[in-house]
Design a binder for this molecule. Structure first.
Ligand SMILES: Cc1cc2nc3c(=O)[nH]c(=O)nc-3n(C[C@H](O)[C@H](O)[C@H](O)COP(=O)(O)OP(=O)(O)OC[C@H]3O[C@@H](n4cnc5c(N)ncnc54)[C@H](O)[C@@H]3O)c2cc1C
Length: 393
């Protein structure tokens, strides 16, 4: 019988949802995350120098539409990990007029104290082991066994991380050749899935992933009149080559912050620039630092010209010198999955004979959101447990 230990690669919403589902059934999930903590694209950037800095530089907030997810969010609100987002949303054509968003009628939610607490809440008080700053570089069956044995995992230094009955991969980067460019070596999931002949893997590899840059800054409120003057907390910007979203975050007792999201085409132009202080740098990704300032100033200038000026807001670029944090650049290499309507993909993929599962927002349709990532993870956990349980009988 295979081990009941399940290696979950990725401590984002999908990975934590898988861990939650499995731990509740008595299985032994271990979450491996290459970043410093839980969250993935719902991570909260913190500063070692200033404990008042907590910036949600990925998803700033999220919707809940299905009954299953709403129920879970209700529980996470009760446990103090999630709260209602109290901001105001607006829309603006670059260089044009601002209007309030019709979407203001729909409730949105945030992690309490930072988006990363959504993931923390998903596994709170459950028997889930977490290992941070651990990048899974490869996995293969135990060669000692005659049949397919347990999975053996290896980290980027080539050290063994132990044996597991199942592998659950929750990041599309594990499948794409982009992995080789950034970290070197074959994409671990693609390599293993081909070796074991995992069904449906080609469907997943053909899915696109779209990058986004963000520039984030934390201000002492008296030093950023522009931040205070913005007419909404979240502004969707249309018709801009550079800017897609402007997010103002204000939390009691914390430094107010501004996060500028780039458009996808803008981020596609600088593939090898990652920014500092993020997971890519931590894991030694190849980084083209020379482009960093160019990317940052293009995004800041677009904010000044396309948003502030038409609104009559004076955003002096020298204001950024007074930022208590940043301006810092971060590249989300797979910020949003490309929705390819002609490709049908399941919410999660579970191959019981290979004992590999895949979950994450890149599978779900329409993907690219917290709710789908969570539902994908919960579904994968359910299916793994069913297979494990029937094999154990
Ligand atoms: C800028 C931005 C804005 C967004 N806005 C919204 C929004 O408004 N509303 C909304 O609902 N959603 C939004 N999203 C999308 C939302 O954040 C994602 O859909 C969701 O967080 C995806 O979760 P996930 O677990 O599937 O993937 P991820 O969060 O990407 O988790 C995968 C994890 O795997 C880790 N990992 C990868 N490879 C390895 C390895 N080899 N070893 C160990 N760990 C590894 C990664 O570090 C990462 O933490 C936004 C995303 C971004 C980037």
């Amino acid at each position: 019988m295979w081990s009941s230990r399940v290696a979950i690669i990725g401590g984002g919403i999908a990975g934590c949802s898988v861990a939650r589902g499995l731990a509740k059934k008595g299985m032994k999930p271990v979450v491996f995350e290459m970043g410093r903590g839980l969250g993935g694209r719902t991570a909260t950037r913190r500063s070692r120098e200033d404990s008042m800095v907590a910036i949600d530089h990925g998803a700033p907030a999220f919707h809940a539409t299905s009954a299953e997810f709403l129920n879970l969010i209700h529980r996470l609100r009760k446990s103090g990990h999630v709260e209602d987002w109290k901001g105001v949303r607006g829309e603006m054509r670059a260089g044009g007029e601002f209007k309030m968003s019709a979407g203001n009628m729909l409730s949105m939610y945030v992690g309490r104290g930072g988006m990363s607490s959504v993931c923390e809440g998903l596994i709170a008080e459950l028997d889930v082991e977490t290992r941070f700053q651990t990048m899974i570089k490869s996995f293969a069956y135990d060669e000692q066994e005659e049949k397919r044995g347990n999975w053996m995992l290896t980290d980027r230094k080539g050290e063994s991380l132990g044996e597991f009955g199942w592998i659950v991969a929750t990041s599309s980067s594990l499948l794409h050749n982009r992995w080789t460019k950034i970290y070197g070596g074959p994409p671990p999931l693609l390599h293993a899935a081909k070796e074991v002949g995992m069904k449906g893997i080609h469907t997943v590899t053909s899915l696109e992933n779209n990058p986004v840059f963000v520039v984030m800054m934390g201000f002492d409120s008296s030093h950023s009149p522009a931040l205070n003057a913005l007419p909404a907390d979240m502004i969707e910007v249309t018709h801009s080559d550079t800017l897609s979203k402007v997010v103002r975050q204000t939390r009691p007792g914390m430094v107010p912050s501004l996060v500028l999201h780039s458009t996808i085409p803008f981020a596609q132009k600088s593939v090898m620039t990652h920014g500092r202080g993020g997971t890519a740098e931590l894991m030694g990704a190849k980084n083209k630092t020379t482009d960093e300032n160019k990317v940052k100033s293009a995004i800041l200038s677009a904010f000044e010209q396309e948003v502030c000026r038409p609104l009559g807001i004076n955003f002096d670029l020298s204001e950024t010198d007074k930022a208590v944090y940043g301006p810092a650049l971060h590249r989300w290499g797979s910020a949003f999955p490309g929705n390819v309507p002609e490709i049908e993909v399941p919410l999660s993929m579970v191959d019981g004979s290979a004992r590999i599962a895949i979950a994450g927002d890149f599978l779900a349709r329409p993907g690219g959101n917290v709710e789908q990532a969570c539902l994908s993870g919960l579904e994968a956990a359910e299916e793994i447990y069913k297979i494990y349980n029937s094999a154990a009988k």
